[in-house]
Design a protein around this ligand. Structure first.
Ligand code: PLP
Length: 418
């Protein structure tokens, strides 16, 4: 007699042993910039989870877009899975092609430069101004006038012969770039301006929220930005054709209708409903976040006014600075140590800081392009330190940061000496 076949192993046999929860690393006692999540955010996400509308087709995504557009004062907003994705799509809808060149500041987080490379174009690094640390509008106008040549209606770089097809200014640290002269210079040669406002949501340029003036604007909702969705971004424009095309390209270029027909190669770049739920709760607190960050900046500015060798980032009188990160220039010859030494010292006290970004013309990621020198951005990189700037930072925590920075120049033991 045959033995009955052995019973197949139950599915449970394949179940993995219970995973031990990875220990959460202890955060620094004063982080440089942590998100501010309140009960409203938790509720919004829980409700979204319960509704089942968690994916990119969630109606919450369209609602978040509508509210964001209203808040900034633009006609169209398209939510994306990251700020980098928004920049990539902005360059695509602006028609930037392989072999083109796009002007971008040398001092920036790398995302806009990578986005330029994603479309096969090349960055032209423009130096920043020494006062507000933003892309220098005079350098933009100078480059377009003296380093380029208009031939048969096409603007070309005199040195490389490549077409110049856009300007991509970035609002560094939450201070708006001086956009009007850049728009004028770009307008004279007929190329669009795409603003990277990833760090400046809530800022104003000449009394208007950033995002209203450029041909397109990109934002980020990364965890450390002014408001967050964990990760995410937004593309805004007043151009209905660009908005429609951005929506199309971010949804795999799927044609309308029930069938899966894709008109061209697109991207899976949409924000999810879960993130949109979080985003809407955060958007309601945007003004409060910016006010909190500006109060932090003001306290640093007042404290450092009395310390030699520390200079706080200035704000133009035409700017309402969002103060995403409070940043100070450390002059080692006067203050007594450079920004790297200060950062190491503060770290021993549990105070987290961060430098600016390595200038793009020095970045191993883009060095092959034989970029132009940008001395001002190099000096800023060597001198500037970003200080704790979280929305939820308490006054006593900020006092600890200020005292630590002050005590180095005036140690308590010396203060008491005759
Ligand atoms: C954060 C940031 C971005 C976008 O970052 P994501 O992480 O992709 O959302 C783009 N540009 C600048 C200047 C940024 O600071």
């Amino acid at each position: 007699m045959n033995e009955p076949p052995a019973a197949p192993p139950s599915l449970d046999d394949w179940a993995l042993p219970e995973l031990e929860a990875a220990p959460m690393p202890a955060p620094p006692s004063i982080p440089v910039c942590e998100p501010s999540i309140e009960e409203a955010e938790i509720q919004a996400v829980v409700e979204c989870l319960k509704s089942g509308w968690i994916s990119t087709v969630s109606p919450l995504v369209a609602e978040f877009e509508a509210r964001f557009a209203e808040r900034v004062g633009v006609d169209y907003a398209v939510a994306t899975c990251s700020g980098t994705a928004a920049l990539h799509v902005a360059l695509l809808v602006a028609g930037i092609e392989p072999g083109d060149e796009v002007l971008v500041p040398d001092l920036t987080f790398i995302a806009p430069v990578n986005a330029i490379r994603f479309v096969g174009a090349y960055p032209v690094f423009i130096d920043v101004d020494p006062v507000y640390w933003q892309m220098d509008p005079e350098a933009v106008a100078d480059f377009l006038t003296n380093d380029c040549l208009m031939r048969k209606g096409v603007l070309r770089n005199r040195t490389t012969g490549r077409r110049i097809t856009a300007v991509l200014p970035v609002d560094i640290l939450g201070h708006p770039v001086d956009l009007e002269p850049i728009l004028t210079a770009a307008g004279q040669v007929g190329i669009p301006v795409i603003e990277d406002a990833a760090e400046s949501l809530g800022a104003k340029y000449r009394n208007r929220p950033v995002g209203r003036l450029a041909d397109a604007t990109c934002y980020s909702f990364n965890g450390n930005k002014v408001i967050t969705t964990g990760g995410g971004g937004m593309f805004t424009t007043n151009n209905s054709f660009w908005a429609e095309r951005a929506r199309y390209l971010t949804t795999q270029a799927r044609e309308p209708g029930d069938e899966f027909v894709h008109g061209e190669m697109g991207f899976n770049y949409r924000l999810t409903g879960l993130q949109a739920a979080l985003g809407m709760a955060q958007l309601r607190r945007l003004s409060a976040h910016v006010r909190a960050k500006r109060a932090i900046a003001e306290a640093y500015r007042e404290a450092f006014a009395e310390i030699d060798g520390i200079y706080f980032q200035a704000a133009a009188d035409w700017a309402y600075h969002a103060r995403w990160l409070s940043a100070a220039w450390i002059e080692p010859g006067i203050y007594g140590m450079d920004r790297r030494a200060l950062a190491r010292y503060l770290a021993t006290l549990g105070i987290e800081t961060r430098p600016l970004w390595q200038p793009m013309h020095r970045s191993p990621a883009h060095r092959k392009l034989k970029p132009r020198e940008c001395p001002q951005s190099q000096v800023l990189y060597d001198s500037v330190l970003c200080l704790p700037s979280s929305v939820g930072m308490q006054p006593d925590q900020q006092d600890r940061v200020i005292d630590a920075i002050r005590d180095i120049v005036a140690p308590p033991s010396i203060q008491g000496a005759p």
